[in-house]
Design a protein. Structure first.
Length: 494
């Protein structure tokens, strides 16, 4: 009456199991003669298979062999309990109508709880009684409560930030807020948003009041949406091209501040990888002291992003001298990588493992081996490209390489394990890794899970399968897939 499918990578890869046995089982399931229940044994891409529409066990879809179970027996208990209920439902559906049985004769039995046992050899056994139980349970609960509360009462609070250091970062925060406000007055909302986001990064790290930064970001988002909604598609494209051409002309003439302003106005209308790369290049030129419309690096105009970054960098150095413990990780703001092959620019960040990682997904075109999610270019602009695991040769830019399985495992460990690392690597501004849940490409050439999960290939292979870091179900874990599956890539500096 019940057919169990024990699901793993090997099951999906097996022609006999997948194409023969599973097909027959699902056909019987459709007739109602049997009930098919998939049991997820190992991590695999089962969600885009024909049996994904069925209720899988364990109920939350977590594989039996997952290392995140608190107890190794827990998944088997869940499965056994769910199967018991499934059997009971089948029996109930097929239960014949019978006359109700006569009521059973009630047999009075002594209550075993009130029995006290006292032996001459050990009077301490007399505590096994109702009275002892009634007294012992509250005491036990108080003891557990005490164990839970003591660390919270006596644990030391975070060390206060050195006053001078906090003062330096308050100045940085104020500079970015002023820059955002100035851009708002010029209705340059993308540039203003960047300023406010930098301010928010500083505020969250140093426990400053971040209300102005959050309010500014919300206002910019609202205005950018309004601008895009009010203009027709043709008008939007026309104005975008106007600002893009103006920015290109300024950049060619080394007027980087003016180019930056035009590129940011173009970004208000349409956010593309070309515009983001150009903005990054302008930022780099200005912070390096290139020619500017303001006459050089010596003039620090608070309306411009990069002079604020220069001031931030200088203040960071001063505060580090005061107290090195409170030097923030702002590499995701200041550092970039330009791929010489296609001139695309990526943010980078130095993480706690001491290595420099790309803070954005690789978007390098490899014909026939890379894809945009759903075949849409705008998804490549937002998430990068999905790569097949058939050939990683020359995938990363010069001087960079694919991370190993050990690199990812170390990263997960350093940032607190599967659950904490998931949150930190996605949304922690200080870390700046910025994982975007851009979905995956299955071995059946379908695209799935955008907005809910994603994965990153590593260079190691395991028993013919390719390993990848899987962000799914609020956890990040190392798992494996067939080489024809498509995942993203983050390179690390050699």
């Amino acid at each position: 009456d019940i057919i169990l499918l024990l699901i793993s990578q090997n099951f999906i890869a097996s022609d006999y199991c997948y194409d023969t046995e599973m097909t027959q089982a699902l056909a019987l399931h459709e007739t109602g003669k049997v009930k098919v229940i998939p049991v997820i044994a190992r991590e695999c891409l089962w969600q885009d298979t024909p049996f994904a529409k069925l209720q899988a066990l364990p109920s939350d879809g977590k594989p039996i062999m997952s290392k995140t179970w608190e107890n190794a027996n827990r998944p088997y208990f869940i499965i056994a309990n769910e199967l018991k209920e499934a059997v009971n439902r089948i029996r109930q559906d097929r239960k014949p109508i019978v006359k109700p049985p006569k009521p059973a004769v009630k047999i009075n039995r002594p209550d075993p709880v009130v029995v006290e046992t006292v032996t001459p050899s050990s009077t301490s056994q007399s505590f096994i009684s109702t009275k002892a139980f009634k007294i012992g349970l509250p005491v036990l609960l108080l003891a557990v409560l005490g164990i839970w509360m003591v660390p919270k009462i006596f644990v030391s609070k975070k060390e206060p930030i050195v006053k001078e250091v906090k003062g330096e970062y308050q100045k940085i925060y104020n500079d970015f807020i002023e820059g955002g406000d100035a851009y708002l007055r010029e209705t340059n909302f993308s540039a203003a948003k960047d300023q406010y986001e930098y301010a928010l990064t500083i505020a969250e790290k140093y426990r400053l009041d971040n209300s102005k930064a959050k309010k500014g970001i919300a206002l910019c988002d609202k205005e950018i949406k309004r601008i895009r909604d009010e203009k027709s598609k043709v008008q939007l494209e026309k104005e975008f091209e106007k600002y893009k051409k103006a920015g290109d002309a300024d950049f060619k003439n080394k007027k980087y501040q003016s180019a930056l302003s035009n590129y940011n106005k173009a970004k208000d209308l349409k956010d593309t990888s070309y515009i983001r790369n150009r903005i990054a290049e302008c930022n780099k030129k200005i912070t390096e002291g290139g020619n500017t419309t303001g006459g050089g690096r010596g003039i620090l105009d608070t309306r411009l992003i990069n002079p604020n970054l220069i001031k931030a960098s200088d203040a960071i150095k001063r505060s580090a001298e005061l107290d090195p413990k409170y030097t923030p990780n702002v590499s995701s703001i200041l550092n970039t990588l330009t791929d010489k092959r296609d001139k695309q620019t990526y943010k980078t960040t130095k993480l706690k493992d001491g290595k420099i990682w790309m803070a954005e997904n690789l978007n390098y075109l490899k014909p026939m081996l890379s894809f945009c999610y759903d075949g849409k270019k705008e998804n490549c602009d937002k998430y990068g490209r999905l790569y097949l695991g058939t050939n990683f040769t020359g995938l990363c830019p010069e001087g960079w390489e694919m991370p190993s399985k050990a690199d990812w495992e170390n990263l997960i460990r350093i940032y607190g394990g599967a659950k904490k690392a998931y949150t930190t690597l996605i949304s922690d501004r200080e870390v700046g890794f910025n994982v975007a849940l851009g979905g995956m490409r299955s071995v059946h050439n379908t695209y799935n899970f955008i907005g809910t999960s994603t994965g990153f290939y590593v260079r190691d292979k395991s028993e013919g399968f390719l390993n990848y870091a899987n962000f799914m179900n609020k956890e990040v874990q190392m798992t494996s897939a067939l080489k024809d599956a498509g995942f993203y890539c983050r390179c690390i500096k050699k």
